[in-house]
Structure formats: structure tokens, C-alpha cells
Write a protein that binds this ligand. Structure first.
Ligand SMILES: *Cc1c(COP(=O)(O)O)cnc(C)c1O
Length: 377
């Protein structure tokens, strides 16, 4: 089980409406400050797709060099939430409208995904009289042991497509190439990330890249909530790679924001079906899809509400924590120890700060949306 920080626990116990997301912005700021300190020679762009909620963006802004956005929607949203922030625009399938929006917004870098996209960007930039700074997104042929997701397939360009871009670029001198972008996998620990970074940098050296964006994907282990990506080791390794004057940039999302969001709800009923105990919670995976999407037990804390004087609900046991949706997939955690969980008790799911609310299918079954609370101290 998890132990929420005292300010999260206190807030949860005072809530009047469930479910609720509680964001520990004070903790998030401290975490981001520690990452900033660990990576002194590297630019950090937060990947907005992990959690684009404006208070989250504002809490991170002092500690990052910019924000990475992956759609025109994110671009417009972040430009509104953090006016003046440096933006990098990546992602497959950029439309002409999105490219034009990026140019008019004055984004810092555009990550080019294909020779065709480069041609379309060049034509739009020429028409608008803009000189966009671009990185070529590489899809390197590397196997990545232990990755949660490998970004092969349609993302970025293989060697032939990169070579095609290098032929095109001299014919479009108003497009300014700065280097390479490579986001190859996610869920990696620092030693593997560093090995990958070394390979990307050596590859980028062939084309004299002044800038290398190493992507995100730093590991978050939902089965070991106390463990953290080793930012200090990663930073020390990257400092060695940056030593010969190359600008390095990373764009983490999950490992920045995951730890400081909590989804807090109450137990509607504890019921038994044959040998199995189920705690039915208010809400469900339409608010917190992460455990269903990634196939893990979402870590949680039980916050008993009725005080020690109340009769307890029998011996401590295990239960499967489910939500209100009419689907067997609506499971937060399976057969997990829950102590003496009773109707009315609270369950606070941790590690719900990234790829949680914003990846969930909110409209399914039309239950009310959660409330949102932001703790600043
Ligand atoms: C999703 C994504 C990221 C962030 O990945 P995390 O696993 O959240 O760190 C960074 N860059 C690109 C291109 C992405 O698609």
C-alpha cells in the first residue's frame, strides 16, 4: 500500500464529494526542482500529453525550458495556459492547419516526421514568410530490452527517409535544421536510457547535429511506487555526452507528473461473489484508465472514515477494487490486501498524475465527473 503525504490525506478526509482528483502541486514542484538540479546541462521540455491540466503546467513552468506538444489542440492549449513558453511540436499526422498554427504561434522547434511533412511545412512557411527551426525525428533500428512501449512503426524516419530530408533541405533554405529528435521507447531505467542516448548521439554525429532531443520514456514502476527513475545518474551520464558542445534536450512526461496526482473515492459496497470479495467504488476507470490501459494494479491507500470506535468489518482481507461501469474491465486492482475495508471508507489511488484523467473515456455510462483539487502547500 501507499502512504499519501499528510496534506493529501488531510484534504481527502475533508472532501464532501467523490470521486475527486487531488493534485499535490507542492510535491510536484519539489520533484521538478530535483529533476532540474540533476540535469544541469540538459534542456527539459515537459511532454504535455502526460497531463496538460493548466495548474500542472504552471507548477512545472519554473523548472522546465519548454513544453513538448503533440497536436494542434495541445499547442493552442499550452500557448494559452503558459503564454510565451517555448514549445516543441511533434507527433505523427500533422495537418497543414496544425503546421500553420505552429508557425503563427512561433514554436521553437518542429519535429519533422516524414519527407512529405517537410515539403508541406516548407511550402506553408514560405507562404507565411516564416523560418521554422526543425529537428528530424529518427526512427532508429535499435532493440530496446525492457521497454514498456517501443516507438517503432510509423514514428519518425528510417535512414532512407532521413537521407531524403537531407537532400530536400538545401532546396528550402528558409527551413532551418538544428538536428535530430529520437523518442524510441518508454519505461526505461537510467542505465538503459543512457546507453540509448549514446547510440542516438553517435548516430546524430554523422549529420553534424547541433541539437539532439532524446525524447522521454523514463521509467515509472507502478508495482514499486517508492522507486524513482535515477535522475542523478542520468544527468551525470548526459553531462558527459553534452561535453563536446552539443545541445541535449529531453522531454519526459510520465516520470515528471505521475507521482503527484491522487484519485480519491469512497466505497459504495463490499460484496462477495462466490469466493471473491469486491469493493465497488464510486467512479471507475472512465476517470482513471491507467490500470486498465497498462494492465497493473493501481497503487492505493485505504483511508478509514468511521473511527476506531465503530465495529470493524471482520478480519483484514483481500478484495478486487472495481468501479461503477458495466464491464469486467472496470478494475483498479485485483485481489489486493485492503485491511478491514468497509462501506464509506475512502480509497486514494496514487500515481494518478500522468496518463490518468486525460486518457480516460469520460463519457462512457454518463456518471458525474470528478471534482479537482490543487494543493499548493
Ligand atoms: C509520449 C512522448 C513523450 C513523453 O513520454 P513519457 O513516457 O511520458 O516520458 C516524449 N516525447 C514524445 C515524442 C512522445 O510521444
Amino acid at each position: 500500500m501507499l502512504e499519501p503525504p499528510p496534506r493529501v490525506r488531510a484534504c481527502a478526509l475533508e472532501l464532501e464529494r467523490f470521486p475527486a482528483y487531488v493534485y499535490d502541486l507542492a510535491g510536484l514542484g519539489e520533484h521538478a526542482a530535483a529533476i532540474r538540479t540533476a540535469l544541469p546541462n540538459v534542456e527539459i521540455f515537459y511532454a504535455a500529453k502526460a497531463n496538460p491540466d493548466p495548474p500542472i503546467l504552471a507548477a512545472l513552468e519554473p523548472y522546465v525550458d519548454g513544453i513538448e506538444v503533440s497536436s494542434g489542440g495541445e499547442l493552442a492549449h499550452v500557448a494559452r495556459a503558459l503564454p510565451g513558453a517555448r514549445l516543441a511540436f511533434g507527433g505523427p499526422g500533422k495537418t497543414d492547419e496544425e503546421l500553420e498554427l505552429a508557425l503563427r504561434t512561433g514554436v521553437h522547434r518542429i519535429h519533422v516526421e516524414s519527407p512529405r511533412e517537410l515539403e508541406r511545412l516548407a511550402a506553408i512557411a514560405r507562404r507565411l514568410g516564416h523560418e521554422p527551426g526543425v529537428l528530424l525525428r529518427a526512427n532508429l533500428d535499435v532493440t530496446v530490452a525492457g521497454a514498456a512501449l517501443t516507438m517503432d512503426g510509423p514514428f519518425g524516419m528510417d535512414d532512407a527517409a532521413i537521407a531524403r530530408c537531407l537532400e530536400l533541405l538545401p532546396r528550402m533554405p528558409w527551413v532551418r535544421p538544428y538536428g535530430v529528435h529520437a523518442h524510441l521507447a518508454s519505461g526505461l531505467a537510467a542505465p538503459v536510457m543512457l546507453e540509448l542516448a549514446g547510440r542516438i548521439v553517435r548516430w546524430a554525429d554523422r549529420m553534424d547535429a547541433a541539437e539532439v532531443n532524446l525524447g522521454g520514456g523514463m521509467a515509472v514502476d507502478y508495482r514499486a511506487p517508492g522507486e524513482r527513475f535515477d535522475w542523478a545518474a542520468y544527468g551525470a551520464g548526459l553531462a558527459r555526452l553534452a561535453a563536446d558542445g552539443r545541445a541535449l534536450r529531453v522531454e519526459p512526461g510520465r516520470a515528471v507528473a505521475a507521482y503527484h496526482g491522487w484519485y480519491v473515492t469512497d466505497v459504495l459496497e463490499v460484496k462477495h461473489t462466490r469466493d471473491a470479495a469486491f469493493a465497488v467504488l464510486r467512479g471507475g476507470t472512465h476517470h482513471l484508465r491507467t490500470p486498465a490501459a497498462k494492465g497493473h494494479d493501481q497503487p492505493f491507500a485505504v483511508l478509514p472514515r468511521w473511527g476506531a470506535a465503530e465495529p470493524d468489518g471482520g478480519p483484514p482481507g483481500t478484495a478486487t477494487l472495481v468501479g461503477q461501469l458495466c464491464t469486467p474491465k472496470d478494475v483498479f486492482a485485483r485481489a489486493v490486501p485492503v485491511g478491514r475495508l468497509r462501506e464509506g471508507d475512502l480509497v486514494a489511488f496514487g500515481m494518478a498524475g500522468a496518463y490518468a484523467w486525460n486518457i480516460s473515456h469520460h463519457g462512457f455510462l454518463m456518471h458525474p465527473e470528478p471534482a479537482f483539487h490543487y494543493l499548493t502547500g
